[in-house]
Design a protein around this ligand. Sequence first.
Ligand SMILES: Cc1ncc(COP(=O)(O)O)c(C=O)c1O
Length: 385
Amino acid sequence: MKLVSKLLLHLNISSSKMRPSFIEVDLNILQQNLMLIREHIDNRPVMAVLKSNAYGHGLVRVAHLYEQLGVNSLGVALPEEGIILRKSGISLPILVFGGILKEQIPELMEWDLEFFVLSFEMLNYTEKFCKTQNQFAKVHLKIDSGMGRIGVIAENSKSFIASALDSDHINIKGVCSHLACADDPEDPMTHEQIDRFLEAVSVFEKLGVNTPLRHIANSGGVLYFPQSHLDIVRPGIILFGVYPEPACRRILELKPALTLKSKVSFHKSIPPGFSISYGATWTSKNTSEISTIPLGYGDGYPRYLSNRGEVLINGKRRPIVGKVCMDQFMVNCKYENQKAGEEVIVIGEQCGQSITVEEIAKWAETIPYEILTNLNERLPRNYIN
Ligand SMILES: Cc1ncc(COP(=O)(O)O)c(C=O)c1O
């Protein structure tokens, strides 16, 4: 199939008004969450982290909202995400977080994307490339203060920073690190990381030059470690009203902005001894009312929730029975007959009851991040307020 027709097919699916399963994002809630976060950090600058389709909320629409709300910059994981934002007209600074390979640098420069410089080798290559092009790269020097993922380890940061300062085509916009354990306010590791990072960045002052933007705070840092806020914070998941871990202390009244809705597509009464779905892993003990929901792991709903998850119908929790299929799953409504077309809440509120992303993450034995970012493009996104 030609690329264009593939794209059209994709557009038709994700923008269809016909699909009974869809995501609703409340823009007003996003705005309120940002307001609460800003109050909590004494109105410091914010880099809104919109990796992985803005944690499932829809990259472009959410980015334009934040630009309107005056956030200072945006963070993404991939150059591709940054390019989509530039093509959509975003003019805010955009920082690409992911480990970048040399061959991606020309494209980052072409689209005016800032990026992490992770190593001496990358620093040298960027300098050489920019010299031949007579360009200046806008970079953030990445120090590994204990996350152990990417960046120059704190012990070597002095010569790294000095080399960056010596490079004629490197514009150092920031110096940063990433916290490994900040969702636990009691974990001493976060204090150690902050100390190590502050020691590393003190080199700028010692060398008598201006210190660029210092940043290290993810959502956990923003919530529980005021010492990590520094010059700009980088929250992701809390912008969307979701806490990093189901067990996190809820110190801000954040509200989830995303609702995952569907409708009963089919309903049947079954006799005792009737089995449901692939592998026949669930069999009715009594006469039961079973509704089918047109949503499945093909949309990013976890198959692990087979015989574990719940949804809301008529304000009541209905347990999933049998295996979650690619496009459908079944729930047990016990004695209550349902009609096709009845509203189903998979994530969100109905009649005062709610099912949260954190709760689903617990059932699925994962973290809320994975639940949100797995919700894929097949689900249309509708924006309200
Ligand atoms: C470098 C960096 N900063 C900030 C964030 C935001 O993290 P969180 O969603 O926990 O706020 C991430 C996401 O993992 C990240 O990779």
